[in-house]
Design a protein around this ligand. Sequence first.
Ligand SMILES: NC(=O)C1=CN([C@@H]2O[C@H](COP(=O)(O)OP(=O)(O)OC[C@H]3O[C@@H](n4cnc5c(N)ncnc54)[C@H](O)[C@@H]3O)[C@@H](O)[C@H]2O)C=CC1
Ligand SMILES: O=C(O)[C@H]1O[C@H](OP(=O)(O)OP(=O)(O)OC[C@H]2O[C@@H](n3ccc(=O)[nH]c3=O)[C@H](O)[C@@H]2O)[C@H](O)[C@@H](O)[C@@H]1O
Length: 436
Amino acid sequence: MRISIVGSGYVGTTVAACFADLGHDVINIDIDETVVETINAGEAPIHEEGLSELIVEHAGPEGTGRLRATTDYDAVVDTKVTFLCLPTPQNDDGSIDLSIMEAGASQLGETLADAADWHTVVVKSTVVPGSTPDTITPILEVESGKTAGEDFGVGMNPEFLREGTAVHDFLNPDKVVLGADDDRALEDMRSVFDPLVEAADAPVVETDTRTAEMIKYANNSFLAAKVSLINDIGNICKELGVDAYEVADAIGLDDRISEQFLQSGVGFGGSCFPKDVRAIISAAEGTGYDPAVLNAAIDVNNRQPERLVALLADHLDGEFEGAQIAVLGLAFKPGTDDMRNSRAIPVIRDLQARGATVTAYDPVAADNAPDYVDDVTYADSAAAALEGADGAVIVTDWDEFAALDEEFDAMATPIVVDGRRIIERRDGIVYEGLTW
Ligand SMILES: NC(=O)C1=CN([C@@H]2O[C@H](COP(=O)(O)OP(=O)(O)OC[C@H]3O[C@@H](n4cnc5c(N)ncnc54)[C@H](O)[C@@H]3O)[C@@H](O)[C@H]2O)C=CC1
Ligand SMILES: O=C(O)[C@H]1O[C@H](OP(=O)(O)OP(=O)(O)OC[C@H]2O[C@@H](n3ccc(=O)[nH]c3=O)[C@H](O)[C@@H]2O)[C@H](O)[C@@H](O)[C@@H]1O
């Protein structure tokens, strides 16, 4: 099937490359010319395991030609289904900012005015319940001069991939959620997903657009709250002299709890959990409901970076002035160069506010870091960051940090505060785990 994907970021590029791999003819539309040129040159515009190979195979000069990128929305007319994979950031008050979606829907609607045939538009971005039927559909109708359900269809298909394992997650979904308010749109979505559903033997949930939108927030809220709950328990463990990881291993054996998302530490970051939990809190508050547990999840998450720095402060007798602190890890999780809402940001700012100078190292995210933090020296290796440091904090659980050993001996004072349980406790290091 010929499909178009609007937005070529972490979701759009992954989805476009994977759909091309599943046999569809895919056009990826983005306003960023560099991104478009990169894809058309057969290269991945973002760091994601397995993505470069797919882009070489389907967009590269020797490739299948099933993936092509453009800045031109008119390309949509040659396709049958369009997925909107545009950013849905937050306003200052935490509520969802739909302006980019509105701009994309507006451009798409103008293009659809010229479409002779039925076309289905699918919202893949994470949007609060009601956004698709109440905001996106009316824009498409006004700009195209057509009627939803009669001339074109609208669906909502939330995405559950994780950054770092995006290609694997997309191709091996736990579930595929297809939300639609009319049968033809649903039928088109089924046709797009058939090859994936068959290859992955994935369960399909068919529902209306509002419910599909809410399923996404419920999924992310549940996981974010689970991380905050294990962090709350972890903080209690630390205060009481108990190892939270031993506790988590045991409770994770209970199928009702499961072992996943029980790693306590410096908290959740990324472009989704913090923003999505705040957006659904805001939507709930708009109805007059106070979502107490979700507010607590954000509150606990905000406190973990402070607790990490406070543990280091204890070992430096509160004296950060003139201290050189190594920060290992900048990305919000391993496997990605994404620093959006990384816990490294509050950790670095807190250290600097207390008077420390910061030398940071991350295997892939350092180039993005200056957009988020100032006055940081970037080292080429963990060893270089640690050399001469008065203390170190571990913010991201990159595998390579687990192999660090004698590098700590080159520190001026080998104090290591581990926010991700990645470093081995050993003689010669003053080691503090955040929740163990
Ligand atoms: N990042 C993730 O792991 C996941 C994200 N999501 C959701 O998917 C949506 C997209 O997120 P990301 O891919 O992370 O965003 P992103 O920020 O990585 O990429 C968005 C892309 O859209 C382009 N763009 C902006 N305005 C445009 C316009 N008017 N027309 C065409 N292109 C335009 C940008 O140039 C950029 O390349 C969000 O709603 C997010 O919450 C859902 C699941 C996973
Ligand atoms: O909506 C989204 O964008 C995505 O958000 C998350 O994916 P992602 O943010 O890429 O990464 P996760 O692996 O979920 O990690 C999020 C944060 O939680 C932290 N985390 C995760 C698990 C854990 O046990 N402990 C913990 O602190 C990670 O370090 C990271 O900072 C969800 O897992 C995806 O299903 C969803 O599609």
